[in-house]
Design a protein around this ligand. Structure first.
Ligand SMILES: Nc1ncnc2c1ncn2[C@@H]1O[C@H](COP(=O)(O)OP(=O)(O)OP(=O)(O)O)[C@@H](O)[C@H]1O
Length: 622
């Protein structure tokens, strides 16, 4: 303490109870992280010892859950064969909040050989125990030491006598006496599952004692890292796929290896064999220095990478103090971008070199791919040619369509598509742009692929492309148009005659989007309760009486096919009753063929016309 200009300069006081509360409630996700912090300290101490003594770093950690130490059945013991601590180090490092030997205090950077850096980890043990006893023998030959910290904020350090430390190996032992409420967190079963969860891939041997004195091994090879896989390529691939199947609960569709050397980030992305629900989290497993950091990979994966589940390890990225997330810095952004590039590269490579497998991928994930491609030009350019679209000439990939024509024609709604699909000439098909994202993507085609033009066509304009009947037949076809229009007027439809293929199509019912909306409004109004019907009626008349340029009268049209023999016969039919019925039935047939829902009036027409037909067929006179 020094006296400067009359005021006393004093060190900050730290209320340990407050700090532990801060850790347990606001920093860590739960008291169970005490084991992760101990594992991390043990791993760091072993790495530090390897640096000093030039070992290969494979020291070991032994954990004795409550009930497995015969002479102290209520205690939990954690031992590492690390570099140990001297009395001075224990006094300075263990009880100073924020003090860490593993960080460059000048640059405030984590030493990449170690996982710790914040100098708070050991305090997490106070979340489960009121007392922490650390006994340590330093690799540097200092006398063995015992440090005891209490939750009341005091600690004591003493050197151990020869007798007390006889047989004590180099390394550190932490003893906890759990509070009754927290004992379950230190039980044999829980400790083993926590040790496996956090530490199974650690580069140090970790084992957990059973009550019968035998051991459970914790370590497993991290097969998502190339260095932990068998050298033989075939078995390596098998192991990797097996690992993916366990992770997903299902065989992955594909396995993509990822590596971002600049940040020491490596691992695999498994392509899901099912389409995940929209908006689902980008989950997986993320390891830092081979210790589990968390299961949410949203920060590390681009937003559109929803179709993979990743298991990654990073050596270079920085954790937040909770060690459950990564610091959102430039290195993280860079890594995310690189992972995005690798996934895109994979997509493009698959598309060009393994089209059959790529088709399988697109079939499962097309909706998600489209949703992402709408916002991501690079991805759109990569996947768009491979997406299949429904066209009037059948389903085909955008690429196949472009091979036929660089001028893309599409209709905006499924309704319009159904009306015209049968009659569009097959050499220049129209795409159904009515499915989610389809129109948006099609409109952007010219920006993504050179030399492509796009046109939105109205169903009614397809009629203009159909050939008028031959000149010689015009008087018959005009008469047919007039007679049919008179029958159809009550159904809100006009009639016209054109020649088109296929010949067996009698007629086409065509209404563009505005006409369809009008028809739907009328239908709702007719079946709605009075008040609502009045509102809809008001909308209808206000639309009809709009000032300004008069909107084009949108009518539905029944286009009769002059190529069809029945239509030709119809034009010569004198019996007005049979003519009327036939036109009504052709109208209903065309509606059904275009998948148009039948309105109430349509249904009445259909039932009456069908009954008439049956009566005619069986010879009943009405
Ligand atoms: N098992 C151990 N062996 C040797 N030294 C240890 C051990 N545990 C802790 N220490 C020393 O005590 C210091 C403080 O440890 P603590 O766990 O509080 O923080 P940290 O590991 O440095 O950082 P973090 O808060 O990120 O875990 C460490 O930096 C290390 O020097």
């Amino acid at each position: 303490m020094e006296n400067t200009g009359g005021s006393l300069v004093r060190p900050f006081q730290v209320d340990l109870g407050g700090v532990v509360d801060l850790l347990s409630r606001h920093i860590y996700s739960g008291a169970h992280v005490y084991l992760r912090e101990l594992l991390q300290n043990g791993r760091d101490a072993i790495a530090a010892r390897a640096k000093v003594a030039g070992q290969d770093g494979r020291g070991n950690i032994e954990i004795f859950p409550v009930g497995t130490v015969p002479e102290a059945p209520d205690e939990f013991v954690f031992r590492d064969a690390g570099q140990g601590l001297s009395a001075a180090e224990a006094g300075e490092l263990l009880a100073t909040v924020g003090k860490s030997s593993k960080r460059d205090d000048v640059l405030n950077l984590r030493d990449e050989d170690f996982l710790g850096q914040f100098g708070i980890g050991l305090l997490s043990c106070f979340m489960v125990s009121d007392r922490i006893v650390v006994r340590s023998r330093s690799v540097h030959g200092h006398p063995p030491v015992e440090w005891t910290g209490s939750a009341d904020g005091t600690f004591a350090v003493r050197e151990l006598s020869e007798a007390e430390s006889a047989g004590m190996a180099i390394g550190t032992e932490v003893r906890l006496s759990p509070r009754p409420d927290d004992a379950a967190l230190l039980s044999a079963e829980k400790v083993l599952s926590l040790a496996r969860r956090f530490g199974r891939y650690l580069p140090v041997e970790v084992r957990v004692r059973r009550a019968d004195g035998t051991w459970d091994a914790v370590n497993e090879p991290a097969v998502f890292l190339p260095q932990d896989r068998p050298a033989d390529e075939r078995s390596a691939a098998g192991v990797l796929e097996e690992f993916g199947a366990e992770l997903l609960g299902n065989r992955p569709l594909e396995t993509i290896e990822l590596s971002v050397p600049a940040t020491g980030t490596q691992g695999v992305a498994y392509v899901l064999p099912f389409a995940p629900p929209p908006g689902s989290r980008r989950s997986g497993e993320l390891y830092l220095g081979r210790m589990l950091l968390g299961e949410d990979l949203s920060e590390l994966l681009p937003e559109w990478a929803y179709f993979v589940r990743c298991v990654l390890n990073t050596e270079g990225l920085r954790p937040t103090a909770s060690r459950e997330q990564l610091v959102a810095d430039e290195a993280l952004e860079y890594t995310r971008e690189e992972i995005g590039k690798a996934l895109r590269r994979w997509i493009v490579q698959q598309a060009t070199t393994r089209p059959a497998r790529f088709e399988r991928f697109v079939a499962v994930h097309h909706l998600g791919l489209k949703s992402m491609a709408v916002h991501d030009d690079d991805l759109a350019a990569a996947v768009l040619p491979w997406l299949t679209v429904e066209t009037s000439a059948g389903r085909m990939t955008v690429r196949d369509y472009l091979d036929q024509s660089r001028h893309v024609r599409y209709v905006e709604t499924v309704d319009e598509f159904r009306q015209i699909a049968a009659v569009v000439p097959p050499d220049h098909p129209v795409i159904n742009g009515g499915y989610t994202y389809e129109s948006d993507l099609l409109r952007r085609l010219p920006l993504l692929i050179d030399g492509v033009t796009v046109e939105q066509v109205q169903a009614s304009s397809i009629l203009d492309e159909l050939a008028p009947p031959p000149m010689d037949d015009r008087s018959s076809t005009s008469a047919l148009e007039r007679r049919a229009a008179a029958v159809l007027a009550e159904l809100g439809s006009d009639a016209l005659v054109r020649s088109f293929r296929p010949d067996d199509v009698t007629a086409l019912y065509v209404a563009d989007a505005a006409a369809i909306r009008r028809i739907e409004r009328t239908e709702v109004r007719d079946s709605a309760p009075a008040v609502w019907a009045e509102v809809l009626g008001g909308i209808e008349s206000s639309l009809a009486g709009r000032t300004g340029p008069k909107p084009r009268r949108t009518t539905a049209q029944l286009c009769l096919n002059w190529q069809n023999s029945m239509i030709r016969q119809l034009s010569g039919l004198d019996d007005q009753l049979v003519f009327d019925r036939s036109v009504r039935l052709i109208y209903i047939q065309a509606l059904l063929a275009g998948h148009r829902p039948l309105s109430r009036a349509d249904r009445t027409v259909m039932t009456t016309a069908m009954s008439d037909l049956i009566q005619l067929s069986v010879g009943i006179t009405g």
